[in-house]
Write a protein that binds this ligand. Structure first.
Ligand code: HEM
Length: 355
């Protein structure tokens, strides 16, 4: 599905389109058990409704206030370096380290394990029906390592609660229902994959777009309130999740196209966000455009749980970097990942000039 209205109608129509479509892509027979395949984003009601209410309560209560100072400190430390002139692969630096610190702190994981988080997350999103044979052993090892690591975190918190989401999740309950061990592990898998790599791509994309629009860099420096619409427009034009998958549960029709029961439907978020019937001059990066909702964070019951967090991380990073640097150049174009659903740079060299 490439058009905005069709993408929204698929994501809205829970009676016909099941999130088992995503599971079909991640539950490959060669993996054995992949906890991501049982995670919230792959579930339909009523299981989805019950688990989302447990985790969203634990999640929303604590996220922003505790994460903001941490994100700002990481962004400020990077901005100090950039202010003196710096050329780096941004994917090895701020774009990875800031979200890694945030997610580690939130989940109660060790934030010195940034490299491991990155490897685990990149490997887990690389699972799809076309994953080459040569890449499979590494992916299987990453799933086993992350499972062991997360189980260890919960084991530890069972004996001694801390001020983190892992502890909250152990205690969280709605209508007398708590998460079982498998649900706890699969939610941590989802948060690591959904919350880390997507935000890395948002940060990289923001900086690439600033490099491509030097006039906007000057404007954001003069008027920091323009950073919020800048981030929104980055999400519209370059969404980190470029597709949501669904499974048609019965014969149906969308946008005049007949779909048989069992068809896997790929709702193309990035295409919907550039639909010229919804967004005027849709290919143009325009932070002053009329704000109409887009589907960067999905639509309906699976709407991204971390949308406010991702937006805050990008805003904070730009608030720290923009006033301190003179110009931003992409010196080496990105190399792109190969995930079916997440789209972003694996590497991208950027030069920051002093003011
Ligand atoms: C779901 C995008 C960051 C946690 C989703 C979905 C999209 C999305 C499109 C819906 C998928 C579907 O319907 O199949 C993004 C983007 C991000 C981002 C573009 C950053 C730029 C985050 C962060 C977190 C997070 C930072 C948490 C730390 C989740 C969770 C879900 C989800 C838990 C599943 C919700 C459910 O199934 O009810 N995200 N996300 N995301 N996201 Fe995000």
């Amino acid at each position: 599905m490439t058009r905005y209205d069709d993408v929204v109608s698929v994501l809205k129509n829970l009676a016909v389109f099941s999130s088992q479509g995503s599971r079909a892509a991640t539950a490959q027979p060669w993996i054995g058990h992949n906890p991501l395949s049982d995670s919230l984003v792959m579930l339909d009601p009523p299981q989805h409704t019950a688990i989302r209410s447990v985790v969203s309560h634990a999640f929303s209560a604590r996220v922003l206030p505790r994460v903001e100072p941490l994100a700002r400190a990481a962004a400020a430390a990077f901005a100090e370096r950039a202010a003196n002139g710096l050329e780096v692969d941004i994917c090895d630096e701020l774009a990875t380290t800031l979200p890694a610190k945030v997610i580690a702190n939130l989940l109660g994981m060790d934030d010195t394990l940034v490299d491991e988080f990155r490897t685990w997350s990149e490997d887990i999103v690389a699972v799809n029906p076309m994953t080459p044979e040569a890449a499979r052993p590494r992916i299987i090892a990453s799933i086993a390592d992350l499972t062991r690591y997360v189980e260890g975190v919960f084991e530890d918190r069972k004996h001694a609660r801390r001020d983190d989401l892992a502890s909250d999740l152990l205690d969280a309950q709605v209508d007398g229902r708590r998460l079982d061990d498998a649900e706890l592990v699969s939610f941590m898998f989802l948060l690591l994959v959904a919350g880390f790599e997507t935000t890395t791509h948002l940060l990289t994309n923001s900086l690439r777009l600033l490099a491509a629009h030097p006039d906007l860099l000057a404007r954001l420096r003069r008027d920091p309130t323009a950073i919020v619409p800048f981030v929104e427009e980055t999400l519209r034009l370059e969404p980190s999740v470029h597709a949501a998958l669904r499974l048609a549960m019965e014969d149906t029709e969308v946008g005049g196209v007949r779909l048989p029961a069992g068809a896997v439907v790929c709702a193309l978020v990035d295409s919907a966000n550039r639909d010229e019937t919804r967004f005027e001059d849709a290919e143009r990066f325009d932070i002053d455009r009329e704000r109409r909702p887009n589907v960067a964070f999905g639509h309906g019951i699976h709407f991204c749980l971390g949308a406010a967090l991702a937006r805050a991380e990008a805003r904070i990073a730009l608030e720290e970097i923009v006033p301190r640097v003179g110009a931003i150049h992409v010196t080496q174009e990105p190399t792109w990942n190969t995930s079916l659903t997440i789209r972003g740079a694996m590497s991208c060299r950027i030069r920051f000039e002093p003011l």
